[in-house]
Design a protein around this ligand. Structure first.
Ligand code: NAD
Length: 303
């Protein structure tokens, strides 16, 4: 069995794969070369650089599995793969803790104004009064989407002595109860929460889930963070809410356009913390992603 590793993945995954397959690592393969050579392989591992297009799949005479080390399979033509009976796997569970930890970082950064305080000190200033913060303790966390990541954020926030309310129409009530979370409707979450955190997929239903009307419902002191997908928060509405101090602050890891335009108006604001889609970027998450997809391939090949 031959496997092509087309994007950089953790060495441990490659090592495991080598026990059952002949592994070629070519992390700079061009789209043209991939179309030409894909017929030699029984499996391919990608992250987000390599696009497994309809054309690639049309030429994949021996391919049995396409593995995406990480979350999201937007770079794989799923219809073409399904039509050809090629299995597609990914490893969404590999990044849950990492994204939950990044969310905690953003919550604390918003509460204590860490990023602007850092900037100010590096500018030679000592503005202690400007950076009065708030505690997380006794505040209400509002979770939108209580899946793998949302529930890990709740666990961590419980350690900070926060209460939690959540909106997730697909979550059974008893699961929420077991986690000590009050499951309710979106409006109640927006009205009650001091810190709102978004962990839903981007779908037609969740596109601009948070827009002008939703910001109106929030407390003036509310903070909101999005580590899920750009487009769930309407960025124009967010800008207005922050500019007019309708809410206390925001933190984004994901954007409607990535990277955001160089002249994005969000960059003018002091009450927003921005990271460049790095919520899943830790050594541990990358290692786990590689091991999980390698295991999927090994299992398939072993039959
Ligand atoms: P998950 O599927 O485990 O959980 C998603 C939850 O959202 C589910 O419980 C589901 O019932 C709920 N949900 C779906 N539609 C909803 C709606 N309309 N309203 C309310 N709840 C709804 O997913 P996950 O692994 O926890 O990932 C959550 C999000 O994080 C996804 O968008 C994923 O793409 C994103 N993510 C981002 C990064 C990053 O680098 N920033 C990394 C990993 C995952």
């Amino acid at each position: 069995m031959k496997v092509l590793v087309a994007d950089a993945i953790n060495e441990k995954g490659i090592e495991n794969l080598k026990e059952v397959a002949d592994v070629t690592v070519d992390t700079s393969i061009t789209p043209e070369d991939l179309v030409k050579t894909i017929k030699e392989y029984d499996g391919i591992i990608v992250r987000s650089r390599t696009k497994v297009t309809k054309e690639v799949i049309a030429n994949a005479d021996n391919l049995k599995i396409i593995a995406r080390a990480g979350v999201g399979v937007d770079n794989i033509d799923l219809d073409a793969a399904t039509e050809k009976g090629i299995m597609v796997v990914n490893s969404p569970e590999s990044t849950s803790i990492t994204v939950a930890e990044h969310t905690m970082g953003l919550l604390l950064s918003m509460a204590r104004k860490l990023s602007i305080a850092d900037k100010s000190v590096k500018e030679g200033k000592w503005e202690k009064k400007r950076f009065m913060g708030v505690e997380l303790r006794n505040k209400t966390l509002g979770v939108i989407g209580m899946g793998r990541i949302g529930s890990q954020v709740v666990n961590r926030c419980k350690a900070f002595e926060m209460d939690a309310v959540a909106y997730d129409p697909y979550l059974p009530e008893e699961v929420a109860t077991q986690m000590g979370v009050e499951l309710t409707d979106l409006e109640t979450v927006l009205k009650k929460a001091d810190f709102i955190t978004i962990h839903v997929p981007l779908t037609p239903e969740t596109k601009h889930l948070i827009s002008h009307d939703e910001f109106e419902l929030m407390k003036d002191s509310a903070f909101i963070t999005n580590c899920a997908r750009g487009g769930i928060i309407d960025e124009d509405a967010l800008y207005d809410a922050l500019k007019n101090e309708k809410i206390g602050g925001a933190a984004l890891d994901v954007y409607e356009e990535e990277p955001p335009a160089e002249d994005s108006k969000l960059f003018e604001l002091d009450n927003i913390v921005l990271t460049p889609h790095i919520a899943a970027s830790t050594q541990e998450a990358q290692r786990d992603a590689a091991i999980i997809v390698a295991d999927e391939i090994i299992e398939l090949f072993k039959g």
